[in-house]
Design a protein around this ligand. Structure first.
Ligand SMILES: Nc1nc2c(ncn2[C@@H]2O[C@H](COP(=O)(O)OP(=O)(O)OP(=O)(O)O)[C@@H](O)[C@H]2O)c(=O)[nH]1
Ligand SMILES: [Mg+2]
Length: 299
C-alpha cells in the first residue's frame, strides 16, 4: 500500500467545537479552546502520522457574519481560504442544528470542491441518539455530503469513525511533514495562545475580543528555566482595570493558569511575565495586526 497524506480543512461557525475536534484527532493540544465564540484567530495545522498515513488537519477561525473591523475580516478570510486546495473538507455543526452561519460555513467548504464530510458535534448532550435522526435527515438534504458522522469532540465518542472517513479520502502521497511534528506553529506562538485562552476563559463577555498577546521573550535559561515575557494588548485604557482586576488578582490568575499549562506542554519550569498595554484600536489597525501576526495580506 502506498503511503497516503493530505490536508483536511475543519470548517464551521464559531463555537461548534472545531479546535476541540482537531486536538482530539491529532491526539495532543495544538489549538486553544474556550466557551466563547471566535476563540481561534489563525489557521493552525495539526498533524497526525502513523506507518501508513499522515493527516494534516487545518483548524480555522469560525465562519461568521461580523465584518465590523479588520480583525474580523481577516479571520473570516482565513477561514474561507483554508478550504482551498484541500483533499477533504469537514463541515462541523452541532446537535443544535443548522443556522445561518452554518450555511455560510458550508458554502465556504463547498468552494474547495474537495470531498465534503459533515461532523455533527456535541452528541454527548443527547442522552438518546435517536433524537438525532431528524437532524441527520435534514442534513442529507443540506448536502450532498460524502458522509455524515455524529461525534463528540469532548468525550471522543465516534471521533475514530470520523478519522477513518477522512483518511479514506486522502491520496497516495509521501508525508509532507516529519513524523514527530504535531503542528506547524512554534512553541512561542503557542505560548501566546495559551495566555489568550486564559483571557477568554477568565474575562467577561466583551474584553477578550479587545485582547491580543505578543510574546517579547521566549528563552531557555542556563538553569533549565523557560523564560517567557508576554504583552497583553488592549484597545482602551478603561479595559486595563478589568484585565488586571482588584489587587492584580485577575491577571495573576490568568498568568498562573497559563504557566501551569505551559509547564506541562513544554516540559520545563516556566517563568511567565505578563504586562498589559493599551494600543488604541489595534483590531482595526492593519499595522498592529501585522505586528501581532494576524495580517496575512489585505482585509
Ligand atoms: N458538550 C460538548 N461541548 C463541546 C464539544 N466539543 C466542544 N465543546 C465545547 O464547545 C466550546 C467551543 O469549543 P471550541 O473547540 O473552542 O470551538 P471552535 O469551533 O473551535 O470555536 P472558535 O474557535 O471560536 O470558532 C467549548 O466550551 C468546548 O468545550 C462536545 O463534543 N460536547
Ligand atoms: Mg477554535
Amino acid at each position: 500500500m502506498p503511503f497516503r497524506s493530505g490536508f483536511v480543512a475543519i470548517i464551521g461557525r464559531p463555537n461548534v467545537g472545531k479546535s476541540t475536534l482537531v486536538n482530539r484527532l491529532v491526539g495532543s493540544k495544538v489549538s486553544i479552546v474556550s466557551p466563547k465564540p471566535q476563540t481561534t484567530r489563525h489557521r493552525i495545522l495539526g498533524v497526525r502520522t502513523d506507518e501508513e498515513t499522515q493527516v494534516i488537519y487545518i483548524d480555522t477561525p469560525g465562519v461568521q457574519e461580523r465584518a465590523d473591523n479588520a480583525m474580523n475580516r481577516i479571520m473570516n478570510r482565513t477561514a474561507r481560504t483554508a478550504a482551498y486546495d484541500v483533499d477533504c473538507a469537514v463541515v462541523v455543526i452541532t446537535v443544535d442544528g443548522w443556522g445561518h452561519e452554518d450555511h455560510l460555513a458550508l458554502a465556504a467548504a463547498r468552494a474547495s470542491r474537495a470531498p465534503l464530510v459533515l461532523a455533527v458535534n456535541k452528541i454527548d448532550r443527547f442522552a438518546r441518539h435517536d433524537a438525532l435522526l431528524p437532524l441527520i435527515e435534514q442534513s442529507v438534504h443540506e448536502g450532498p455530503f460524502d458522509e455524515i458522522v455524529p461525534v463528540s469532540a469532548r468525550t471522543g465518542l465516534q471521533v475514530d469513525v470520523l478519522e477513518r472517513v477522512v483518511r479514506a479520502r486522502l491520496p497516495a502521497h509521501p508525508p509532507y511533514f516529519d513524523a514527530d511534528l504535531a503542528t506547524d506553529r512554534s512553541d512561542s506562538f503557542f505560548a501566546g495562545e495559551l495566555v489568550r485562552e486564559q483571557l477568554f476563559r477568565t474575562l467577561g463577555a466583551e474584553v477578550p475580543y479587545a485582547c491580543a498577546v505578543e510574546i517579547e521573550q521566549f528563552a531557555h535559561t542556563a538553569n533549565g528555566l523557560l523564560r517567557i515575557q508576554a504583552v497583553i494588548w488592549i484597545e482602551r485604557e478603561g479595559q486595563k482595570g478589568i484585565v488586571i482586576g482588584k489587587d492584580g488578582h485577575t491577571l495573576k490568575e490568568v498568568g498562573r493558569r497559563a504557566r501551569l499549562e505551559m509547564q506541562e506542554i513544554f516540559g520545563a519550569k516556566v517563568f511567565l511575565g505578563l504586562w498589559v498595554r493599551v494600543r488604541e484600536g489595534w483590531a482595526d489597525d492593519t499595522r498592529a495586526l501585522s505586528r501581532l501576526g494576524y495580517w496575512e495580506g489585505g482585509a
